[in-house]
Design a protein around this ligand. Structure first.
Ligand code: UD1
Ligand code: CA
Length: 463
């Protein structure tokens, strides 16, 4: 017999009142990715036939947030108009799920769940009608508790608000992640009522119903408890963010990256870093970003959507976005590389330098206080302190093209569009408005005057 198809249901209709937020809870982020997307991406690894996302509160916003998901064709949105409980939410999705399927139910507010754990759950469905992911926790407050009979078989789940004082002492909790056969799930859900403290239709009631019907139930535990940490408040959001960041730092360290303090680095999205690269404290790296080996990223740098080759030093307080950096290059401290910057091998960008849409060739230097935008700078060219490419005339942007081996003295303005040919020299303090030929000196500054015995103004005395 072929395996039953797998259908995933993700519950994402609730408001998340405890977040006290204008934003629906499932759109809050861990490592720059929404909670609901974390859950979708783990579920996709199981290659399900379909993922049914139950939306309700702020449904347009939730659906829009996923409009650009790469596997949108696998996602289906089911609207739960009124949020009458988790059982009611799953019932809305059931008509779209074939009778012979297995249904894996996930909640969008439990974002760190690993695909490997979910795979173990679906594997266990060969021998069971119902599989519940549980965990033993130190502080079970607020969570559903697993009840067991005298033979230790699972007999049900009781919510915190409905639990007796002895049930509240149970430390085995419901993660909210449950897998069931579609056929049986349908009949259990029809029997779920709402006569409980919250007057909601609880999904968790299906466990007691399965027990009474004598259906085989099993429980599984995740490898690490943080996989099932739920997010109901901002404080839990921060706890889960740190757990996730810690996990990513561990993976990078295992791959040979030195992380000076794993509690003071943030990796958001898809990031790869080569061996023997050192990441100092308070560095934020946003993917997609690739950093090669033997690089140093000094404290307080923010690097996003960039590709950095081997042996690059990024000095402290540099902000780098959508930039390509070749090997043996030095950047910063206090550099700002904006989108479209390309630094070829051996380039030096110093402090308080801003670049944008600029190609800087091998061995060129821009060491102090400059703006280089919409420009190309040739090999071994030196751009002096305080040089500005004046690329914007108030309406349009224009390019500055600087050749190889050019020397631009300090405090020059290059008024684009302009070309400065190879080997040219620009005298310090010049405003350059026309093209400069090869090996020429261009200089434009007023002649110095001297007035002998100059009397400085003196401060007027108040009456
Ligand atoms: C739920 C479980 C609890 C478990 C905990 C684990 C129930 C009744 N309780 O409690 O046993 O320990 O998760 O984190 O299932 N949702 C809807 N529609 C609704 C209600 C909720 O889509 O009508 C969604 C929410 O958006 C959320 C998820 O279901 O993503 C869970 O709802 P929530 O209210 O957070 O349940 P908990 O009280 O955490
Ligand atoms: Ca919850």
């Amino acid at each position: 017999m072929s395996n039953p198809p797998l259908h995933v249901v993700i519950l994402a209709a609730g408001k998340g009142s405890r977040m006290r937020s204008k934003l629906p809870k499932v759109l809050h982020q861990i490592a720059g990715k929404t909670l609901v997307e974390h859950v979708i991406d783990s579920a996709l690894e199981l290659k399900p036939a379909k993922i049914h996302i139950v939306v309700g509160h702020a449904k347009e916003q939730v659906i829009d947030s996923l409009a650009h998901h790469s596997q949108l064709n696998c996602l289906e949105f089911i609207v739960q108009e009124q949020q009458l409980g988790t059982g009611h939410a799953v019932s809305q999705a059931l008509p779209a799920i074939p009778e012979q399927a297995n249904v894996l139910m996930l909640t969008a507010d439990v974002p760190l769940i690993r695909a490997a754990t979910l795979q173990r759950m679906t594997d266990s469905m060969q021998a069971h009608t119902l599989t519940v992911l549980t965990a033993i926790v130190q502080n079970p407050f607020g969570l559903g508790r697993i009840t067991r009979d005298s033979t230790q078989a699972v007999s049900g789940i009781v919510e915190e608000k409905d639990a007796s004082s002895s049930q509240k002492k149970i430390t085995e909790i419901n993660s909210g992640i449950i897998c069931a056969r579609r056929h049986e799930l349908g009949s259990w859900l029809q029997q779920v009522g709402n006569s409980n403290n919250q007057q909601e239709y609880y999904l968790t009631d299906v466990v007691g119903l399965a027990y009474e019907a004598g259906d085989p139930i099993t429980t599984l535990q995740p490898e690490a408890n943080h996989e099932v940490d739920g997010i109901n408040s901002r404080s839990q959001l921060a706890t889960v963010e740190r757990a996730f960041q810690w996990q990513q730092a561990q993976q990078l360290m295992d791959a040979g990256v030195t992380i000076v303090d794993p509690s003071r680095v943030d990796i958001r999205g898809d990031v790869s870093i080569g061996e023997d690269t050192i990441i100092d404290v308070n560095v934020v790296i946003q993917g997609p970003t690739t950093i090669g080996s033997d690089c140093t990223i000094a404290p307080n740098c923010v690097i996003s959507q960039s590709v950095i080759d081997d042996n690059v030093s990024i000095h402290s307080h540099s902000v780098i976005e959508s930039t390509k950096i070749k090997s043996q290059t030095q950047v910063g401290p206090f550099a700002r590389l904006r989108p479209g910057t390309v630094l070829e091998a051996g380039v030096k960008i110093g402090n308080f330098v801003e670049t944008k849409n600029a190609q800087i060739s091998n061995g060129a230097k821009v060491n102090h206080l400059s703006y280089v935008g919409d420009a190309s700078v040739g090999a071994k060219t030196n751009i002096g302190a305080g040089v500005i490419t004046c690329n914007y005339d108030g309406a349009n942007k224009h390019r500055t093209e600087i050749g190889d081996n050019v020397f631009v003295g300090s405090d020059c303005q290059l008024i684009a569009p302009i070309k400065i040919a190879d080997g040219a020299t620009i005298g310090a303090g010049s405003t350059v408005t026309t093209n400069v030929s090869e090996n020429a000196l261009a200089i434009s500054r007023s002649k110095q005057r001297e007035i002998n015995g100059w009397q400085r103004p003196v401060k007027e005395k108040k009456q």
